[in-house]
Write a protein that binds this ligand. Structure first.
Ligand SMILES: Nc1nc2c(ncn2[C@@H]2O[C@H](COP(=O)(O)OP(=O)(O)O)[C@@H](O)[C@H]2O)c(=O)[nH]1
Ligand SMILES: [Mg+2]
Length: 791
C-alpha cells in the first residue's frame, strides 16, 4: 500500500543542480533498493499551466504544487520534482517537470527545457504528454515544439528505450476519440518524420522508440465529477505497469532500484555537459559503480563477521577442523547477499564484481588458510618424529623402511588435513604444495639425521663388542709377552674383526646403506681394532719399567722350577742376571711397537735391544749411542713405521738405564747373600788349628778321659749341648754370617736352654707313652716356632 512520509523532493532545482542526497534519502524512504527492477518512473511534459500538476495530484495522490486558479497562469513548479505515487503497485515514482514553453524563462531557456526533457526521457518509463484537446490537428499547436524537442533529444540516447508516450488530451470535446486519435497519431508521425535523424536512425520507425498511447480527460474545472471518474479509470492503467502487457511492459535499459539515485545523477551530469547519453554504456557504468559498492559493503561485513573472527583467531592458534567448509559457508553467505543486491545490474559487470568480491575476500582469508596449513604441516612433522622415534626405538632392523612408512603416513594425514582445509572458492588458486614440499624436506632431513645418529650408535656398539672381544686377550698377551705375542694378537684381531663386521653388515641391512656407505662403516669398524690394540699396548708401554723389573725379578728370583731362588755358592749370579735382563729386554721388544701387519718383514727391534745387554757386559755401562752402528742410536726402529712405534729407541735406552739402576740393588743383594753363604760354611777353625789344638791339649784331654768322674759329666754336657744345638738350629742362624748369627742366637739361647730342661723334667715324671707323645708335641711346637721365625 501507499507509503506515507515520503514528501515531494526537488530533484533538480531551477539552477540545474541535482540534489542527490535528497534523492538517496527519498529512495531509502520508499525502499527502492528492495524493489530491484520492479518499479516504474512516470514523468509529465506539457505547456505551462496546462494542469499538469493538477493531473498528477489527482492521478497519483501526489502533492505537487498547483497554480492557484485565482492568481493567473504563472510558473509554479520550478525544476524537477519527485514523489511517490500513492496506492500504485509496484512502486511508481512520479516526476513533475517545469513547463516546456514557460513564459518566465523565455526563449533562452530552451536549453534547460531540452535538458529536462531529455532527462525525463532517459529516466522515465512512461511520459505523459499533456495537451489541449483543441490543439489536435492544429498547425500552430503548442505541443508541436515540445514533441519536436522530445524526438530530437531521443536520438541522443543512442538506443531506443521503448518509452511509453501517453498523450493526455485535456478538456475533451464532444468529438469522439475514434476521430481524434488518428488525427493525433498522424500529427505525431508527421513531427517524427520531420525531425532530423542521425544516419543509423534514418529509417527507424517511431514505434521502435515509443509506444504511443492516447487518453482524454474532461475539463477538471467544469466537469469535475466526470474528470474524477476518468482519472480513476486512468489510475488503473498504472497498476502493474511494468509487468508484461502493462503500460510500460516492454521498457528497456532499466536500472535496478539501488542504482537509481546514482544513475539519475550521472545522467543529469552527462545531459548538463551537453554530451550525448550512451544508455548502454551508462547502464554498465552504473552497474560497475553499484556492484563495486555492494561488493565493498559485503567485504566490510565479512571483516566484521563474528564467525569469521573466531575462525581467524583459531587459525592462528592451531589446527582448525573443517576450516575449508566453514570458510566456504561464510563466503557463500556474503556472495549470496551480493547476488541478491546486485542481481539486476548488467550481468557482465555483476559477475566481474562478484569475482572481485570473492578474490578480495580470499585475499583477506588467505593468511588464516596459510596459517592452518602451516599448523597442519608442523603437526604432521611432529607426529612423524614421534612415531619414528617410537618405531625406531623398538626396532632398528627395518630403520629405513620404518622411516618410509612413517613419512608416508604423515604425508597422508597432511593431505587429508589439506583437503579438510581447502576452501572450495579458492580451490584453483590456493594449494598446499609448497607446504607439502617443505614437510617432505623436513621429514627427510629429520630421518637422515636420526639415521646418522643410529648408524653412529650401531657402529659404536659393534666397536664396543670388538673391544670386549679383543681388549682383554690382547692385554693378557702383551702382559705375558711371549715370543709369538704379535702373531697371536693378529690372529685374534682378524678373527674377531671378521665376526664383528659380519654381524654389523647384517645389522646395517635395515638402514639400506649404499655400497660406499656400508664399505666405509665396515672399514671404520675394522680399523678400530687397531685403535684397541694400540690403546692396550700404550697401557703396557706406560708401565714398561715396572713390567721389565717384574720380568727381571721373576727370572732372577726364581729357579727353573719357578721356586724362589736360595742363593748358593754354585749359583752364577752374572749369568742369571744376564738371562733375566735378556728376558726383560725381550719383553720390552714385544711392546715397543704395534705389529699388526701380517705382511710386514721381521723387524730387528729385539736384536737392537739385546745389544744393551752385551754392551753392559763389556764395560758395565751402556755406551749412549757413541758408535754409528748402534741400532739404538736411531730415532726410529728399522722396519717399523713411525705410526706403529710406541717407544722410540731413545726412550728404550732411557728405560734401560732406569731399569738397570733399579735392579742394581737386587743383584748386589744376591751377591751379598752368596758371599755370606760362603763365610757361613767356614765357621769351624781351619784344620791346622784343630791339629795344633789336639797336639797341645793332648795331656788335658787324656786327663779328662782317664778321670772316671769327668767322663760321665762330659758325656751329659755333650748330650745337653747337642740338644741345644738342634733346638737352636745354629746353621740357619749363621747363614748370613757370624755377627748376625751371634746376635740372633743371643736372644734365643736362654729360652731354648730353659725349654730343653723343662722337656727333660717332663719326660722324667710322665709315663713312658705319655713321655713319647709329649716329646713329639714339643718337637712339633718347636718346628712351628721355627717356621714362624722363618716368615
Ligand atoms: N481548463 C482547464 N483548466 C484546468 C484544468 N486542470 C487544472 N486547470 C487549471 O489550470 C491552472 C494551472 O494548473 P496547474 O496544475 O498548476 O498547471 P501546470 O502549470 O501545468 O502544472 C489552474 O488554475 C487549474 O485550475 C483542466 O482540466 N481544464
Ligand atoms: Mg505544475
Amino acid at each position: 500500500m501507499a507509503q506515507e512520509g515520503a514528501p515531494a523532493i526537488q530533484l533538480i532545482d531551477e539552477k540545474g543542480s541535482f540534489h542527490e542526497e535528497s534523492l538517496v534519502e527519498f529512495c531509502k524512504a520508499v525502499k527502492l533498493s528492495e524493489c530491484g527492477l520492479s518499479y516504474a518512473v512516470v514523468a509529465i511534459m506539457g505547456p505551462q499551466s496546462s494542469g499538469k500538476s493538477t493531473l498528477l495530484n489527482h492521478l497519483f495522490g501526489t502533492k505537487f504544487r498547483e497554480m492557484d486558479a485565482l492568481m493567473g497562469r504563472n510558473q509554479t513548479t520550478k525544476g524537477v520534482w519527485l514523489q511517490r505515487a500513492e496506492g500504485i503497485d509496484p512502486c511508481t515514482l512520479v516526476m513533475d517537470l517545469e513547463g516546456t514553453d514557460g513564459r518566465e524563462r523565455g526563449e533562452d531557456d530552451t536549453a534547460f527545457e531540452k535538458q529536462s526533457a531529455l532527462f525525463s526521457l532517459a529516466v522515465a518509463d512512461i511520459v505523459l504528454i499533456n495537451m489541449w484537446c483543441h490543439d489536435i490537428g492544429r498547425e500552430q499547436a503548442s505541443n508541436k515544439p515540445l514533441l519536436k524537442t522530445v524526438f530530437q533529444v531521443m536520438m541522443r540516447l543512442f538506443s531506443p528505450r521503448k518509452t511509453t508516450m501517453l498523450f493526455v488530451i485535456r478538456d475533451k470535446t464532444k468529438t469522439p476519440m475514434e476521430i481524434l486519435e488518428p488525427i493525433l497519431r498522424d500529427d505525431v508521425q508527421k513531427i517524427w518524420d520531420e525531425v532530423q535523424k542521425p544516419g543509423k536512425h534514418k529509417d527507424t520507425p517511431l514505434t521502435e522508440f515509443f509506444n504511443v498511447e492516447v487518453t482524454a480527460l474532461s475539463n477538471y474545472e467544469e466537469k469535475e465529477e466526470q474528470f474524477n471518474e476518468e482519472i480513476a479509470e486512468l489510475n488503473q492503467r498504472f497498476q502493474n505497469s511494468v509487468a508484461p502487457g502493462g503500460l510500460a511492459g516492454d521498457r528497456r535499459a532499466v536500472v535496478p532500484g539501488s542504482g537509481f539515485p546514482f544513475s539519475a545523477h550521472e545522467m543529469w551530469k552527462v545531459i548538463k555537459e551537453n554530451k550525448d547519453l550512451d544508455l548502454p554504456a551508462h547502464k554498465v557504468m552504473v552497474a560497475t559503480v553499484r556492484c563495486e559498492e555492494i561488493a565493498h559493503e559485503k567485504l566490510q561485513s565479512l571483516a566484521k563477521d563474528e564467525d569469521w573472527k573466531k575462525l581467524e583467531e583459531a587459525s592462528r592458534e592451531g589446527l582448525v577442523a573443517g576450516f575449508g567448509k566453514k570458510v566456504s559457508s561464510i563466503l557463500d553467505k556474503y556472495t549470496s547477499e551480493y547476488d541478491a543486491e546486485a542481481g539486476f545490474f548488467d550481468e557482465g559487470v555483476r559477475v566481474a564484481k562478484r569475482n572481485y568480491l570473492i578474490s578480495e575476500a580470499l585475499e583477506m582469508i588467505q593468511p588464516a588458510y596459510d596459517s592452518v596449513i602451516s599448523n597442519h604441516r608442523t603437526n604432521a612433522l611432529e607426529k612423524f618424529k614421534k612415531e619414528l622415534q617410537a618405531a625406531a626405538e623398538s626396532d632398528d632392523q627395518e630403520f629405513t623402511s620404518t622411516v618410509r612408512q612413517c613419512s608416508e603416513k604423515a604425508l597422508a594425514s597432511f593431505d587429508q588435513a589439506c583437503t579438510d582445509t581447502s576452501v572450495s572458492q579458492a580451490a584453483s588458486t590456493w594449494n598446499p604444495s609448497k607446504a607439502r614440499e617443505k614437510l617432505v624436506r623436513d621429514m627427510n632431513a629429520h630421518g637422515q639425521s636420526l639415521r646418522t645418529e643410529r648408524l653412529q650408535q650401531l657402529k659404536s656398539n659393534w666397536q664396543k663388542r670388538l673391544e670386549d672381544a679383543v681388549g682383554e686377550p690382547v692385554s693378557a698377551l702383551l702382559d705375558s709377552a711371549p715370543e709369538d705375542a704379535w702373531s697371536s694378537i693378529r690372529e685374534l684381531v682378524e678373527s674377531e674383526t671378521q665376526k664383528v663386521t659380519k654381524g654389523l653388515a647384517t645389522a646395517l641391512a635395515g638402514f639400506e646403506p649404499t655400497r660406499e656407505e656400508e664399505h666405509a662403516i665396515l672399514t671404520d669398524v675394522s680399523k678400530y681394532s687397531r685403535t684397541i690394540v694400540q690403546k692396550k699396548a700404550r697401557e703396557e708401554t706406560n708401565q714398561a719399567l715396572i713390567r721389565m723389573k717384574d720380568r727381571f725379578n721373576n727370572i732372577f728370583g726364581h729357579d727353573e722350577d719357578s721356586l724362589p731362588r736360595v742363593w748358593g755358592e754354585d749359583h752364577d749370579v752374572r749369568k742369571i742376571t744376564k738371562s733375566a735382563r735378556v728376558a726383560a729386554l725381550k719383553m720390552l721388544g714385544v711392546i715397543v711397537a704395534l705389529r699388526l701387519n701380517p705382511d710386514a718383514p721381521e723387524d730387528n727391534v729385539e736384536d737392537a735391544l739385546l745389544t744393551l745387554v752385551s754392551d753392559a757386559d763389556d764395560d758395565g755401562s751402556t755406551r749412549d749411542g757413541s758408535t754409528t752402528s748402534n741400532p739404538l742410536a736411531s730415532s726410529t726402529w728399522a722396519g717399523i713405521a713411525p705410526e706403529d712405534t710406541l717407544l722410540t729407541p731413545a726412550q728404550c735406552r732411557s728405560l734401560w738405564r732406569q731399569f738397570r739402576a733399579e735392579t742394581e740393588y737386587t743383584i748386589s743383594q744376591a751377591l751379598a747373600a752368596q758371599e755370606a753363604k760362603r763365610h757361613g760354611n767356614n765357621w769351624l777353625p781351619p784344620p791346622w788349628a784343630i791339629a795344633a789344638m789336639l797336639v797341645l791339649g793332648f795331656n788335658e784331654l787324656m786327663a779328662v778321659l782317664r778321670n772316671p768322674i769327668y767322663l760321665p759329666i762330659v758325656f751329659v754336657g755333650f748330650l745337653l749341648a747337642k740338644a741345644v744345638w738342634v733346638q737352636l738350629d745354629l746353621q740357619r742362624h749363621f747363614q748370613y754370617g757370624a755377627l748376625p748369627g751371634l746376635v740372633s742366637i743371643s736372644t734365643r739361647f736362654l729360652p731354648t736352654v730353659m725349654e730343653t730342661f723343662n722337656g727333660l723334667v717332663a719326660a722324667g715324671t710322665a709315663k713312658p707313652e705319655e713321655a713319647a707323645a709329649s716329646s713329639n708335641s714339643s718337637r712339633r711346637a718347636s718346628q712351628a716356632k721355627l717356621a714362624d721365625e722363618d716368615d
